[in-house]
Ligand binder design. Structure first.
Ligand code: ADP
Ligand code: ASP
Ligand code: MG
Length: 480
């Protein structure tokens, strides 16, 4: 009987499966990993956003736009089938499945164009086709490459509540499904391929767990199966000192603790979905962040080990946030106000990043996810009934993450001295002292990021083995 711990969950994100060459690369990576394997895949890059737009066009009766975008998305899958699947039987099977998904989406488009309404439940149905189609194509390509693989529909394993668009799993029910459906296959040495992001309610209605949540799916599978390791394969060398789109020379971290990583993804680092750390932390399963385009890089290990205390490890940010400045109406007593405010918040369930309060005013910082946008106007009008409420949009929340930040010598001074002229509205240490956030004007964003990166990281390479240089894109291509 194989040991539980030889089990690896591997997740490949949208760019790692974006085209035939990338999928070929994925096949080689999976083949080279030892042990029992569960492979979780995202939709091919941009497919989920396209499916959202297809649904939005349809609900506004823009049928031609909707169908054109659908055609483009479907064709990308047919191209991959043509390029990668050599076995004729497997090829026609894959083509048939994609045609059947195409038909199904076309029917949904017709329905939406009649009712002219798009609920979060229907949006989830549309979104789910991205992962359903990518996994179909990848499954047949892997089979054609001689792999002993089984395609499992994630909706039969991960069961969630019906909070469409950001559904949350029931780990107990899902664990039973994993035990009865997945364990026998894994013990029979089959590789399992499944979809990230999608799941279903107990009644079988399709849900999704939030944009970018395939990482979370991988962590859920790791937890359900008590895996030895969760590998997140993406398009960067690991967790970096900041988003490389803002600072191209950002450095790679060799390791980071669960708690720090959780804070980093909560405050916006796209490299790992914010819900992913908890299931891994609970079962103490290390997460490795790896680059599918540069397999020579050692990646970043996220684990319970906390090395390098009193150090800033990474800087992250959140754009498109809503800042609610609330001054309670004097006619309302303090406790009545709080009660009414909590009732509004619990009805709309916005994702609150920061909550600052003084005796007569409150600042609520909300990540403006697609979900919150839908509720934006209602939220504002309800708050106006109980307070003088101002909503500010052009702000960015920058967060420094590390360990025991409050013990770093001159920490706050270094932040402000390195940023002369920048006005920060609110500053706050996170509860755990793993983070320090500042709210700044959009116009100061890039300048502040550059200054902070220089202050806390540049010059660190020589005196700290935590930080490593990453290969620039061009160098990476040459190294191949
Ligand atoms: P995937 O499609 O594989 O899930 P994502 O695009 O969701 O990949 O996440 C990887 C991207 O996260 C990187 O390309 C990078 O631009 C961005 N990113 C933001 N902050 C960081 C960070 N601190 N470290 C690494 N990548 C980051
Ligand atoms: N395909 C989904 C998205 O684009 C989930 C993911 O990629 O993680 O949001
Ligand atoms: Mg992602």
């Amino acid at each position: 009987m194989p040991k539980e711990n030889d089990l690896v969950v591997l997740k490949f994100g949208g760019t790692s499966v974006q085209d035939s060459a990338s999928i070929n690369n994925v096949i080689n990576i999976v083949k080279n990993i030892k042990g029992r394997k569960v492979v979780v895949v995202s939709a091919i890059s941009r497919a989920t956003t396209s499916l959202e737009n297809i649904a939005k066009y349809a609900s506004k009766s823009k049928i031609a736009d909707s169908e054109k975008l659908l055609e483009e998305t479907i064709n990308r899958h047919h191209t991959i089938i043509n390029d990668l699947i050599t076995d004729q039987k497997l090829k026609s099977e894959a083509v048939e499945r994609i045609i059947s998904y195409h038909r199904h989406i076309a029917e949904l488009i017709k329905g939406l164009s009649i009712i002219n309404e798009l609920s979060l439940r229907t949006l989830d149905a549309f979104r789910s086709f991205g992962e359903l189609m990518s996994s179909t194509v990848i499954f047949h390509a892997m089979k054609s490459a001689g792999m002993d693989i089984e395609l499992i529909d994630s909706r039969n394993i991960i069961k969630t509540n019906n909070d469409f668009s950001r559904a949350y799993p029931d780990f107990e029910i899902s664990a039973q499904n994993a035990e009865t459906i997945l364990k026998p296959l894994l013990n029979g040495e089959k590789i399992i391929l499944t979809q990230g992001f999608i799941a279903s309610t107990e009644d079988g209605i399709t849900t999704t767990m939030g944009r970018e949540s395939s990482d979370f799916s991988a962590a859920i599978y790791g937890s359900l199966l008590n895996a030895g390791e969760i590998q997140i394969w993406t398009d960067v060398d690991g967790v970096l000192t900041t988003d490389p789109n803002i600072i191209p020379h950002s450095l790679k971290l060799s390791e980071i603790s669960f708690k720090e990583m959780e804070e980093l993804s909560n405050f916006g680092a796209k490299v790992l979905h914010k819900n992913s750390v908890k299931p891994a932390l609970k079962k103490n399963i290390p997460i490795k962040i790896l680059n599918s385009k540069n397999t020579k890089s050692s990646g970043t290990i996220v684990s319970s080990k906390l090395s390098y205390p009193k150090l800033v490890k990474s800087i992250t940010y959140k754009k498109n946030i809503i800042v609610l400045r609330v001054q309670p109406k004097e006619s309302l007593g303090q406790f009545i106000f709080w009660e009414m405010m909590l009732s509004i918040l619990s009805r709309h369930k916005p994702q609150i990043d920061l909550f600052l309060s003084s005796s007569n005013s409150i600042i609520i910082v909300i990540a403006e996810s697609a979900y919150t946008k839908i509720h934006y106007d209602e939220l504002k009008s309800e708050f106006s009934e109980i307070s003088d409420c101002e909503i500010v949009n052009e702000k960015i929340l920058i967060t420094l993450v590390g360990s025991d930040l409050s013990s770093i010598d001159n920490f706050e001074q270094r932040i402000f001295i390195s940023n002369p002229g920048v006005k920060a509205d609110s500053v706050l240490f996170g509860y755990s002292r793993h983070s320090f956030s500042l709210l700044i004007d959009e116009k100061d964003f890039v300048k502040t990021m550059k200054n902070l990166h220089k202050e806390f990281f540049e010059g660190q390479l020589t005196n700290n083995s935590l930080f490593e240089n990453t290969l620039k894109k061009k160098e990476r291509l040459m190294a191949k």
